[in-house]
Design a protein around this ligand. Structure first.
Ligand code: OOG
Ligand code: MG
Length: 262
């Protein structure tokens, strides 16, 4: 760790303030270039703790930057992990208020729900599939708190990997019933298909993103508990949205899920 406890707490307060006030900020590594990975995750953990002391629940976990399309779009080279808190969850077909966000973008994702804990190191796709209760379509609404969505990996980890809103829905399927590598997806904006892909875009298999998360947590002495909802990461580039847009994600064999932006 390169930052002291006071700086970590101050940066967590600053970034969460930007989230809650829908204000942007320059990336924090501009002022703290020495900050390391442990500092970045410590800031994210402090944001999580701030929400928990206000009585908000953590409702899931997320992997991000798990596809080449996303890594290329954001100019980074490795996945990152974050959490989903109670106010981030929207019901299927809900209205998502753009006024509460800075510059939202949507991502088509596959969500996993575990029925057994997953603990790294050594977690692999097979272990993930064996521990998965079901998979279902999910749309993540990301909203980097950084000006113009410009960041480096440490800044985005500290900012809870741009987590802002999400919805899951459609038809849940047992992981054994579907081949997630070849599962096709279509993301529609206002009825027009705007992004297409297949599960293999995420690290060859979306379950690989969950295994990476388990291994990441394992290195910190933590695990993915049973019953955890996890977003495995955008399959395509993220698509910008504004008030008035309606977004639908169709996933082969798993129905569809949507959101309206107001
Ligand atoms: C970081 C979060 C990326 C995903 O699914 O790739 C993410 C960002 O691009 O702002 O959630
Ligand atoms: Mg995402």
């Amino acid at each position: 760790m390169k930052l002291d406890a006071r700086t970590i707490a101050a940066l967590a307060e600053h970034l969460e303030g930007c989230e809650l006030g829908a204000r942007d900020t320059p990336k924090i590594t501009d002022e703290h270039p020495q900050m390391d990975w442990d500092d970045a995750y410590a800031i994210q953990d402090a944001i999580r703790a701030r929400k928990q002391v206000r009585g908000l629940r953590i409702v899931g976990l997320k992997a991000g930057l798990t596809s080449h399309a996303k890594m290329k779009q954001m100019g980074v080279a490795s996945p990152v992990f974050g959490f989903l808190a109670e106010p981030h969850a929207l019901p299927e077909g809900a209205e998502c208020k753009v006024s509460e966000l800075i510059h939202p973008k949507v991502e088509p994702e596959i969500a996993f729900v575990t029925r057994r804990p997953l603990k790294g190191p050594g977690c692999h796709i097979g272990a993930v599939l064996a521990a998965t209760d079901f998979v279902l379509p999910g749309i993540e609404v990301i909203d980097s708190r950084y000006r113009d969505f410009k960041f480096d990996l440490k800044s985005v980890v500290a900012d809870n990997t741009s987590a802002a809103r999400f919805v899951v829905g459609g038809q849940a399927r047992a992981a054994s019933e579907v081949d997630l590598r070849t599962t096709g997806i279509v993301l529609e904006k206002n009825g027009v298909p705007v992004a297409f892909g297949a599960g293999a875009a995420v690290l060859g298999h979306p379950a690989a993103a969950i295994a990476m998360l388990a291994n990441h947590l394992g290195a910190r002495g933590e695990e993915i508990p049973a019953g955890t909802l996890i977003l495995s990461g955008g399959i395509t580039e993220a698509v910008a949205v504004e008030a008035g847009d309606a977004v639908t994600l169709r996933v082969q064999g798993m129905g569809s899920v949507g959101l309206r932006f107001v």
